[in-house]
Design a protein around this ligand. Sequence first.
Ligand code: SF4
Length: 432
Amino acid sequence: MPAYAQVSEAEFLDHRWQAKHSITNAAKLLAALEGLVPEEFFRDAAEGFKHAPMSVRVSPYLLSLVDWTRPYEDPLRIQFIPVASRRLPDHPKLGLDSLHERADMPVPGLTHRYPDKALFLALDTCPVYCRFCTRSYAVGLDTEQVEKFQLRVNQERWDKVFAYIASRPELEDIVISGGDAFQLRAEQISQIGETLLAMPNIRRFRYATKGPAVMPQKVLTDDAWLDALTRVVEQGRRLHKEVALHTHFNHPNEITTITKAAMDRLFERGITVRNQTVLVRGVNDSADTMTLLARRLGYVNVHPYYVYVHDLVKGVEDLRTTLQTGLDIERRLRGSTAGFNTPTFVVDAPGGGGKRDAHSFEHYDRETGIAVYTAPAVRPDKLFLYFDPIDRLSLAGQARWADPREHQAMVDEAVRAVCGTSSPPRDLLSAV
Ligand code: SF4
């Protein structure tokens, strides 16, 4: 890119340079893309920034991977830079915290939903911000659309989280997320790791970071961070407790020679890395793309673990696709490579049911786009509904959603199809 033509290779490969030069507003984007895209695209993006639920942060590395001759179709641009012209109205059932993470927080920043596992939201910043973030209620800076729930690094808050985890013998497994573990300082990686390893009830945990997919430079140049992680992994191994890294690649174009060098470094240190992909319209909603992604992940020793059907996130309806699309891709993908390198497609049940195998719905009406799931191990008394985006439904389905009087009727039909009774109890449905 012309904007980075004078940058030396050493600088470009330094995570500090990448972080310092990340794009955070329309003016910086304009400066970086001068001469590459038409004026009209800038106006579209500047307007898109105003309506986005997430603040914008994109590294020069990511900008360099975008094909700027086709910015509207590029899978990386779609994920990180909003444009107003592609916005779609929100489905009436969308929410800011659709997984109800806050409702399951016994202390701020710790979601305890599954019997033996908890999610520790250690901080609220990331090296980049994804438009589709399911945690747009908390992650990143306030935007014109969303005032964020605060999850800053705070020792007092962390102490309460640690005290809760230690007090619950049934908790064995912790996800350390946020935000993003790439943003934790080396001593914070050590503190969290050592504290958890010292708890007799904790048998395994993972640091969650999108970092390897968006700024692999850090793995190559931040030795203090990588050494801290390595020490925790090695200490865990001595204690027979598994410590892993979970990351988030969505498209094969995110896997470069720089990624390969970074992932080789993690592999040499014996660090297990698993990947969680989000199914995003225009990015990876084809079997060919998802198959290539799984293969390339295998080449860099990352296990494809999950593909999430896109959560019911507000403000990014253009990025969601149907559950059926996910099912069709899975059918084509499974069998194309080894089973352990094949991700499981899941729906994170809206309203707090946890992850369900995408195929395990009790009912799925392709016309209304409503799928019904149960979660016997998490909330045996509830039903959980997933809603396809309206613009992807048949004309008959779209017509029903256009009439607000039909909304409850469609939900009632779906619930009746599962319960087999004309008047199911009112509190059966999880709130969405
Ligand atoms: S890196 Fe993860 S937590 Fe951060 S914005 Fe992206 S999806 Fe959200």
